[in-house]
Design a protein around this ligand. Structure first.
Ligand SMILES: Nc1ncnc2c1ncn2[C@@H]1O[C@H](COP(=O)(O)OP(=O)(O)O)[C@@H](O)[C@H]1O
Ligand SMILES: O=c1ccn([C@@H]2O[C@H](COP(=O)(O)O)[C@@H](O)[C@H]2O)c(=O)[nH]1
Length: 494
């Protein structure tokens, strides 16, 4: 395509190439005589997405780039930087999605996985032995999922509510609720009301954090809650009315001091700090408080100088260090909001274990994969069919695993004389299989990597306390190699 789709690409030209294709389209000699378009058809001119990564020396720019590339492993990404291409190893655990689902039911423990592994039969593929050691089946996806909790902090009038509203708008296909820290203002007593101008609404003590924690705990555990309604005009909660907040996929907790208390912070999966210039915050606050909160300009300015600014410096700004994402310019920063929404979508689509263990990759299920799982989990399956479909699934796992290895850029010249910029496989590889179940994966690895060295280890577990290495035969230079550990959990689910 690159050759055919240069400046003069026409469908006609592609057609004529196709028509002149040789009788054996796969013969290299005929490929030379009748140059076929090469496999870079996806290289048709597209606007690349260009990302600039900046930061001070040794700030972690390269590490961040590497992590982005690792996570985008199914996309074509080039990294342009001063020091050439580098390889960086990372331990990756690959788990086929259905096995993960099975392993992460309500009662998942590492112990349970281990005990299943140790009980693995002498013939790892034998359906009868799989019957003896039943695997949990995939109905655990009905288990209640943990909501994704986002904390949004920043100075008063920085644009927190605006950013939250934009996130909610963009996440329209998910159930999202917004909880305001402001709802948990203690409110003034009659005595305090007489000296309202002396009250510091920007101090952490102005909030009922215990009640906030209780509400968030309930929401996280899937219960709905009645959140108080706070009236900024008379500085009190409405005594009779509440806002009912239902349990949801995403809970956003927004407020000036939501990062201040470590217990509140620990509830959050993602922390966003809205970073807006102080002058802009003050200007917006004057406008908002005079229009919406029944104040006059003088009282806003006085409160700002006495309480809002000092509290920002003492409590809000120091909590910025806990943020995962800092949004400069608040709601005007559409790129940041887009990124956050994409991230939330990814997390929502992710298996719960991936949230805990970021190096776990769950292979996306397809109907093909589900079909194979259905077959091998069927108690009526014959041994040859079990072996055949297990082998196909194993091959997929191995191929995915190889896809996570580092690569180096490589250019080749195509039969048409054009230069194709591709990648070179990572060379220093080996497999290590756990005796005996790991042996079921060896053939797939050999089929994918010509001449790969495969070592073996036998592990024995004593009680629950530890594993003991009984036997090992590993490549002498294993420390220089990327290791694919072959450690399947086999079973039919019957
Ligand atoms: N990007 C923006 N441009 C203009 N006005 C804004 C912008 N973001 C927020 N505002 C206005 O500033 C005021 C405070 O914004 P808000 O999102 O409520 O801040 P916070 O929740 O941090 O107090 C509101 O009146 C809002 O309409
Ligand atoms: O009775 C009250 C309660 C709070 N405030 C001020 O509100 C802001 C926090 O709300 P934002 O929406 O984040 O701006 C805080 O700075 C308090 O000073 C108030 O004036 N009266």
């Amino acid at each position: 395509m690159e050759a055919a789709a240069g400046a003069h690409f026409t469908g006609l030209r592609l057609d004529s190439l196709r028509l002149s294709s040789p009788s054996d389209p796969f013969s290299p000699s005929s490929a030379k005589a009748f140059p076929m378009p090469v496999d870079d058809s996806c290289d048709a001119p597209r606007q690349p997405f260009v990302i600039g990564v900046s930061g001070g020396s040794a700030s972690g720019k390269t590490t961040v780039c590497d992590m982005i590339i690792q996570q985008l492993h199914d996309h074509r990404v080039v990294l342009v930087y001063q020091f050439g291409l580098r390889e960086r190893g990372r331990e990756i655990v690959l788990v086929p999605e259905k096995a993960m689902e099975a392993a992460t039911g309500a009662h998942f423990t590492g112990l349970r996985l281990d005990s299943l592994r140790l009980s693995s039969p002498s013939d790892p593929f034998s359906p009868s032995s799989a019957k003896a050691f039943p695997m949990p089946v995939d109905d655990s996806c009905d288990a209640p999922r943990q909501p994704f909790v986002i904390g949004v902090s920043g100075g008063s009038a920085s644009g927190k509510t605006t950013v939250c509203d934009m996130i909610i708008q963009q996440l329209h296909d998910h159930r999202v609720v917004l909880v305001y820290q402001d709802s948990f203002y203690c409110g003034l007593t009659a005595e305090e009301s007489e000296h309202v101008h002396d009250y510091n609404f920007d101090h952490p003590d102005a909030f009922d954090t215990e009640q906030l924690l209780e509400c968030m705990g309930k929401l996280k555990s899937g219960q709905s809650v009645n959140v108080p309604i706070y009236d900024f005009k008379n500085h009190r909660r409405c005594s009779e009315s509440f806002r009912k907040v239902n349990a949801s996929d995403v809970i956003i907790l927004e407020g000036i001091l939501v990062f201040h208390d470590p217990r509140v912070r620990s509830l959050m999966d993602m922390k966003i700090f809205v970073d807006t210039d102080a002058d802009i915050r003050l200007a917006r606050r004057i406008r908002r408080d005079t229009v919406e909160r029944g104040r006059d300009v003088n009282s806003v300015l006085e409160q700002y100088g006495r309480f809002v600014k000092p509290a920002f410096d003492d409590f809000v700004l120091p909590s910025k260090k806990y943020a995962d994402v800092i949004i400069p310019r608040g709601g005007d920063n559409h790129v940041a909001i887009d990124l956050i929404v994409q991230h939330i979508r990814t997390k929502l689509g992710q298996h719960d274990l991936c949230k805990i263990y970021p190096n776990v990759y769950v292979i996306q299920s397809t109907f093909q994969i589900r079909g194979m799982h259905t077959l091998i989990r069927d108690r009526e399956i014959t041994t040859p069919d079990f072996v055949f479909y297990s082998d196909r699934l194993i091959r997929l796992v191995v191929e995915h695993g190889l896809g996570h290895l580092p690569f180096t850029e490589k250019q080749v010249v195509t039969p048409t004389g054009s230069v194709y910029t591709g990648v070179d496989f990572c060379k220093k590889l080996c497999g290590v299989s756990i005796v005996r179940s790991g042996e079921s994966m060896e053939n797939a690895l050999r089929a994918c990597c010509k001449g790969i060295k495969i070592g073996k280890i036998l592990i024995h577990r004593e009680g629950d306390n530890g594993k003991h290495l009984i036997y090992e035969k590993l490549p002498g230079d294993i420390s220089e190699r990327h290791v694919l550990l072959l450690d399947p959990v086999l079973g039919t689910g019957t």
